[in-house]
Design a binder for this molecule. Structure first.
Ligand code: NDP
Length: 350
């Protein structure tokens, strides 16, 4: 018996974001009820349109300022589970507090509200591998027992002058640490348990409201600016061929949320959710191998340096999540994701 079975109500924060919109769609498809939070009525209009077919199973509430104490008190009423995704994902910020304050205070605020809930069974925090990794000269594979203290130290020591990526990584690490701290201090008194999902770069087709490629979220925008229009992103061939990182498809992240509600064993765990490593060149090669290309308007797709693959900076051992979440979680391949992203961009004439 799943710990949070179909038919239960799930609160999803930051409903209008790239990841959250897919999480909501997956939950609704699996017959959950969803209450989403957005920062203003206007940010919910498009969502109401795309999820209209689910009738009363989908509702929205406005939480204007997630960092305020008690901000979520009303929103959590009557929900069986929470998926907290609302948090800034930008790799550009002058003051690191622009990212850290909403990430940490938003997480603390919703967990404090959750501590008062009586029927809540599970809290899923959408963290990131940003909270796991560190830049090391010769790293061994990162696992769920690793924490990115390096980014926190950089931000503490250098403030606005800290490395841009470290500012974001520190926001995710501090938010996840705050969540575990509050949970561990209270777990004997509450009805729910905490699961942290830690994905790396998430790619895939988009279903939330985006007006132009320039308005894409950070991860899909980076993919677009590398695979479709490197001229727009100002990327050099070396950045495209040599920069290696890890990735996962958005549909797999959404499904991982559903499975994390259903598997008892996920309670109290951090789970790294990833397909594997990538260089953008591999996505470019996958795009150019498609026949016919789903982007006829971009017959001039960049070629880069076919076959070249950078060394991933961050190796992972991501074997824990599939063991806990089970065989339903089958990660999309680069070829599948590439085909569907290009088809999505083509439909939008991008
Ligand atoms: P989006 O930018 O598409 O969505 C971010 C969401 O968070 C939006 O709903 C946004 O609301 C909300 N948000 C941002 N800042 C604030 C704030 N100050 N106060 C309240 N809400 C805020 O990004 P993603 O969907 O990509 O990211 C969502 C989550 O997933 C983040 O926590 C991110 O760290 C995590 N993640 C994303 C990865 C990726 O590759 N995309 C990888 C790993 C983790 P609004 O529109 O009102 O600003």
């Amino acid at each position: 018996m799943p710990i949070v079975p179909a038919g239960s109500k799930v609160l999803v924060t930051g409903a209008n974001g790239f990841v959250a919109a897919w999480v909501i769609r997956m939950l609704l498809e699996k017959e959950y009820k969803v209450r989403g939070t957005v920062r203003s009525e206007g940010k919910g209009v498009y969502l109401k349109k795309i999820f209209a077919e689910y009738g009363n199973n989908f509702e929205l509430v406005v939480v204007e300022d997630i960092t305020k104490d008690g901000a979520f008190d009303n929103a959590i009423e009557g929900v069986d589970a929470i998926a907290h995704t609302a948090s800034p994902f930008q790799l550009v910020a002058d003051d690191p507090q622009e990212l850290i304050t909403p990430a940490v205070n938003g997480t603390v605020s919703i967990i404090k509200s959750a501590l008062t809930a009586s029927n809540l069974k599970r809290f899923i925090l959408l963290s990131s591998t940003a909270a796991v990794i560190s830049l090391l000269p010769d790293p061994k594979p990162f696992t769920e027992s690793d924490w990115n203290d390096q980014s926190i130290e950089d931000v503490k020591a250098n403030g606005t002058k800290a490395n841009q990526v470290n500012k974001y990584c520190a926001s995710k690490t501090l938010a996840e640490k705050a969540a575990w701290e509050l949970y561990n201090a209270n777990k004997t008194k509450i009805s729910w348990d905490l699961v942290a999902l830690n994905p790396p770069y998430i790619f895939g087709p988009i279903i939330h409201e985006v007006s132009s490629p320039a308005a894409l979220n950070t991860s899909t925008g980076d993919w677009y600016n590398s695979v479709v229009r490197p001229d727009m992103g100002g990327k050099s061939l070396d950045q495209i061929t040599l920069v290696g990182n890890a990735w996962v498809d958005i549909r797999d992240v959404a499904l991982a949320h559903v499975l994390a509600l259903q598997k008892e064993e996920a309670g109290g765990e951090r789970l790294i959710i990833l397909e594997g490593d990538f260089s953008y060149q591999e996505f470019i090669d996958a795009a150019n191998a498609l026949d016919p290309t789903p982007i006829p308007s971009h017959t001039d797709l960049p070629k880069g340096s076919p076959g070249k693959k950078g060394k991933p900076i961050f190796p992972y051992d991501a074997s824990k999540a599939p063991k806990i979440l089970g065989p339903e979680l089958v990660y999309h391949t680069k070829e599948e994701t590439t085909k569907e992203m290009l088809a999505d961009f083509e439909r939008r004439c991008w």
